[in-house]
Design a binder for this molecule. Structure first.
Ligand code: 01S
Ligand code: CA
Ligand code: ZN
Ligand code: ZN
Length: 497
């Protein structure tokens, strides 16, 4: 029977990320006119739910005491457990002991001894799992597919004590197939785009199976959809992981491929899989070499930024592969991946970013290179060398860039110096000046600068300096993350664990 990712989290994420299509399933079992379950059926079901879903029937004494915590916990009992069971088997979760619910309960459960309920999720109970590639009409070279799948499983088995063996003939726990359109599991694929793949929770039969939409343009690079990236995500589901609200996680529900980023499980992916299966023997040595990356937290009092810029009415704060977008109309400043707004064009760990308002361009700096984007598109011929701006050869990178729309100029900060670039004449104005002279009170080198709310706002480490350009002095300092308004949280913020 069926079960895929339709958790509350998925629903929440779906509201936010339009690419996540929701397979709201319509049961393909006949609707029945039911006479209601017999007493024997009820008893059977109670026992079943006790055994497999942790249902605890009330004692007579508990039935009389209504208000205790324990009782409150248990009153949600039976109906809730029936729903849970129905969800697992893809039945309409009405919480009633319908005929098909009972039929499923009475089915031989041989395979199910391999699975166990683990908190809110289901996991495999054994550590040696097998997988098989079902069907033979692979849309891409078979040997490459095998290689990619092996590498994708390895990311998970590196951190958790699980082993995955490929089988070519015999039954396997996890069957991986490519299908197009409807493929008889109640969740038809939708052609190019949209849903790319889906997976079933650990379990017997279809449980643990992974299906890829054969209509997608599957690739091994950055064109189309990268099979490796999606396989790692789906294999996470096949192990029992739900979606994550952390945009840095592999289990984040939308596709993300960033060129030159070596795909790694994030800190949360690792924590989640280890929570279910434990920690692999070689995890300590592996993670000391390459610790799983943590997604920056806007409430971290030590938060600093790589770059800050205006973009239309928004202010963008860059950090590693991420950015926060502060919009005047939205209360919440959410974090996203840089690559989700500018796929394939902008690198992570930027040095500086500014918007050229007159020409509607956005310029990104990293090391000796810069990238120029018009709207969301990378201009042809980029990245180019920052010597274009007239920097001498000794300048290898910039720390920050500050654009002034009124006098159509941009100030670049490099170490203790600053340079004024004339955007109209496209040339540097004179020689560099000392930051200490031009911007007294600002420590160097700086991390980022932006003109916002009438002040030049400098960032260095975890401090934000507001500078008044007219009186030429620092009017106040505050925590660098103050503008992100850390205490304004909505329910799709990264869940604290
Ligand atoms: N599968 O695991 C998914 O998350 C589906 C949507 C479900 C609601 C069925 C999916 O194809 N999502 C797209 C995706 O890219 C957006 N998933 C894989 C990934 O790498 N995030
Ligand atoms: Ca699709
Ligand atoms: Zn399917
Ligand atoms: Zn998914």
């Amino acid at each position: 029977m069926k079960m895929w990712w339709l958790s509350l989290l998925t629903l929440m994420m779906a509201a936010q990320s339009p690419i996540v299509a929701l397979p709201l399933r319509t049961p393909d079992l006949p609707t029945q006119t039911h006479a209601g379950p017999t007493e024997a059926d009820k008893e059977f079901a109670e026992e079943y739910l006790q055994h497999y879903y942790g249902y605890r029937p009330k004692t007579e004494r508990q039935k009389r005491t209504v208000d205790t915590f324990v009782d409150a916990h248990w009153t949600t009992g039976l109906c809730d457990k029936v729903q849970k069971m129905q969800r697992f088997f893809g039945l309409p979760p009405n919480g009633e002991l319908t005929k098909e619910t009972l039929t499923v309960m009475k089915r031989p459960r041989c395979g199910l001894s391999d699975v166990e309920q683990f908190g809110q999720t289901i996991r495999w109970k054994k550590s040696k799992l097998s997988y098989r590639i079902g069907g033979y009409d692979l849309p891409v070279s078979a040997s490459k597919v095998h290689k990619v799948f092996r590498a994708a499983w390895k990311l998970w088995s590196n951190v958790a004590p699980i082993k995955l063996r490929k089988r070519s003939r015999k039954e396997a726990d996890i069957v991986i197939s490519f299908y197009n359109g409807g493929h008889k599991d109640g969740a038809p694929f939708d052609g190019k785009g949209g849903i790319l793949a889906h997976a079933f929770l650990p379990g017997y039969g279809i449980g643990g199976d992974v299906h890829f939409d054969a209509d997608e343009d599957w690739t091994f690079n950055s064109t189309g959809f990268n099979l490796f990236v999606v396989a790692v995500h789906e294999f996470g589901h096949a192990l029992g992981l739900p979606h994550s609200s952390d945009p840095g996680a592999i289990m984040y529900p939308t596709y993300n491929f960033a060129p030159n980023y070596e795909l790694q499980l994030s800190y949360h992916d690792v924590k989640d899989v280890q929570h279910m299966y434990g920690i692999s023997a070689n995890f300590a040595s592996l993670s000391s070499k390459k610790p799983p990356p943590r997604t920056p937290d806007k409430c971290d009092p030590d938060l600093s930024f790589d770059a800050v810029t205006e973009l239309q009415q928004e202010v963008l704060f860059f950090k590693d592969r991420f950015m926060w977008r502060k919009h005047p109309q939205f209360d919440e400043t959410g974090i996203t991946l840089i690559s989700s707004l500018w796929p394939d064009s902008v690198p992570p760990h930027l040095d500086a970013v500014y918007q050229n308002v007159e020409r509607n361009l956005l310029l990104f700096f990293k090391g000796h290179q810069y990238w120029m984007l018009n709207q969301l598109r990378l201009e042809e011929g980029f990245p180019r060398n920052i010597s274009d701006f007239g920097f001498p050869a000794r300048i290898k990178s910039v720390d920050a860039a500050l654009h002034f729309r009124n006098d159509r100029s941009t100030v670049f900060f490099t170490d203790h110096e600053c340079w004024r670039y004339n955007e109209q004449q496209k040339m540097m104005e004179g020689s560099p000046a000392l930051i200490a002279q031009q911007w007294p009170g600002i420590p160097t080198p700086i991390d980022a600068a932006v003109f916002y709310e009438g002040f030049v706002q400098f960032f260095k480490g975890n401090i934000n300096y507001k500078f008044d350009s007219i009186s030429k002095h620092v009017v106040s300092t505050s925590p660098a993350n103050e503008l992100l308004e850390c205490n304004k949280m909505v329910n799709n913020e990264i869940l604290t664990r």
